[in-house]
Design a protein around this ligand. Structure first.
Ligand code: NAP
Length: 298
C-alpha cells in the first residue's frame, strides 16, 4: 500500500493522530488553518501543505479532523479545498463528527470527481487519540475501507464498518447519546453522595468495577472532584453533537426526552461562559441546583 497520507486539522485530536501516523511509518502531509501549529509536527517528520488542495494533490488518502459540518464542507468543497486537488480513485476519510445528511452530500460531490469518501468518526477522547486506541465507526464502501484499514489501524483499535456513507456518523451520534446520559448520571451521583458526606474517591473506587462502572465515571469523575475542568472534549463540541442528535430526532420523529434535557443543562453551562471547558464541567450545573460542590476530602 502507498504509505502517503494527508491530514487536515491539527487540534486536540488531529495532532496526536498525525503523530501516530508518522510513528507507523506513513509519510504525512499536514495542513492546519493556523499554520504555527504545523511547525512542531514538521520537526517530527511531517511535510507542510499550504492548503487542503495541495494536501489532496500529493496524497491518495486525505484525512479531515476539523470541528463542525461547515468546517468539513469548507476544507473539502471550499476554495482551495480538497475537491480542487483530488485525483480519481483517491479517498477522503472524514474523522470529524458532523451531520450524516451533509456527509452523504459531500460523498456525492467527491464521486463526481471519481473520488471516494469514508465517514469515520471516532470515540475514545484525547487519551485514545494519543494512545492510538480510538474506536472508529465507518460509513462508505467496504472495499474502500479495506484499502484504508492500515491508515485507520495506526490511529485506532476497534474499526467497524457500519454501512453506507452517513452510517458512521449516525453511529457516532448514538455514541454521543450514551455519553451525555452517562455523564449526567455521573454528575447527579457525585452531587448526591457529596451532599450526604460520602468520601467521593472511595465511592468511585467502590462502584467503578461493578454494574455502574463507565468510562465517564472512571475518567471524568476524579477530574470533577479535583476541580479540573481542562478540556479533553470541549462542552461546545458536545453541544454541536447534541444539536446533530436533535436534528436527527426531529427529522425522523424519534423523541429523545432525556437527551434533550441534558442538551439544555449544557446550555446553562455555556450561558455561564464555560463552553470551552471539558464536558466534566456539567457537574457545575447539577451542583448549582443542589447548592453543593463536589470535592476531595481534606
Ligand atoms: P479542536 O481541538 O478544536 O481542533 C479543531 C481543528 O479544526 C483545529 O485544527 C482547527 O484549526 C480546525 N478547524 C476548525 N474549523 C476550521 C475551518 N473552518 N477550516 C480549517 N480548519 C478548521 O477540536 P478536536 O477536539 O480536535 O475535535 C475535532 C473533531 O473531532 C470534532 O468534530 C470533534 O467533535 C471530534 N471529536 C473530538 C473528541 C475529543 O475528545 N476532543 C473525541 C471524539 C471526536 P485551528 O487550529 O486553526 O483552529
Amino acid at each position: 500500500m502507498d504509505k502517503k497520507v494527508g491530514i487536515i486539522g491539527l487540534g486536540i485530536m488531529g495532532m496526536p493522530m498525525a503523530r501516530n501516523l508518522i510513528k507507523a511509518g506513513f509519510e504525512v502531509t499536514a495542513y492546519n488553518r493556523t499554520p504555527s501549529k504545523i511547525e512542531q509536527l514538521v520537526t517530527e517528520g511531517a511535510v507542510k501543505a499550504a492548503s487542503p488542495k495541495e494536501a489532496a494533490q500529493k496524497n491518495p488518502i486525505i484525512i479531515t479532523m476539523v470541528s463542525d459540518t461547515p468546517d468539513v464542507e469548507s476544507v473539502i468543497l471550499g476554495e482551495n479545498g480538497i475537491i480542487e486537488g483530488i485525483k480519481p480513485d483517491s479517498v477522503v476519510i472524514d474523522m470529524s463528527t458532523i451531520s450524516p445528511q451533509a456527509t452523504r452530500k459531500i460523498a456525492e460531490r467527491l464521486k463526481e470527481k471519481q473520488a471516494h469518501m469514508l465517514d469515520a468518526p471516532v470515540s475514545g477522547g484525547e487519551g485514545g487519540a494519543i494512545a492510538g486506541t480510538l474506536s472508529i465507526m465507518v460509513g462508505g464502501d467496504a472495499a474502500i475501507l479495506e484499502r484504508c484499514r492500515p491508515v485507520l489501524a495506526a490511529m485506532g483499535k476497534t474499526i467497524t464498518h457500519i454501512g453506507a456513507n452517513g452510517m458512521g456518523q449516525t453511529t457516532k451520534l448514538m455514541n454521543q447519546i450514551l455519553v451525555a446520559g452517562n455523564l449526567n448520571a455521573v454528575c447527579e451521583a457525585l452531587v448526591f453522595a457529596q451532599k450526604q458526606g460520602v468520601d467521593l474517591n472511595k465511592a468511585i473506587e467502590a462502584v467503578k468495577g461493578g454494574a455502574a462502572g463507565s468510562w465517564q465515571l472512571a475518567n471524568l469523575g476524579p477530574r470533577m472532584i479535583k476541580r479540573d475542568f481542562q478540556p479533553g472534549f470541549m462542552v461546545d463540541l458536545l453541544q454541536k453533537d447534541l444539536r446533530l442528535v436533535m436534528e436527527g430526532s426531529d427529522l425522523n420523529k424519534i423523541p429523545l426526552p432525556a437527551t434533550a434535557l441534558i442538551h439544555q443543562l449544557f446550555d446553562s453551562l455555556e450561558a455561564a461562559g464555560d463552553g470551552k471547558c471539558g464536558t466534566q464541567a456539567l457537574v457545575k450545573v447539577v451542583e448549582r441546583l443542589a447548592a453543593v460542590e463536589v470535592k476531595q476530602r481534606d
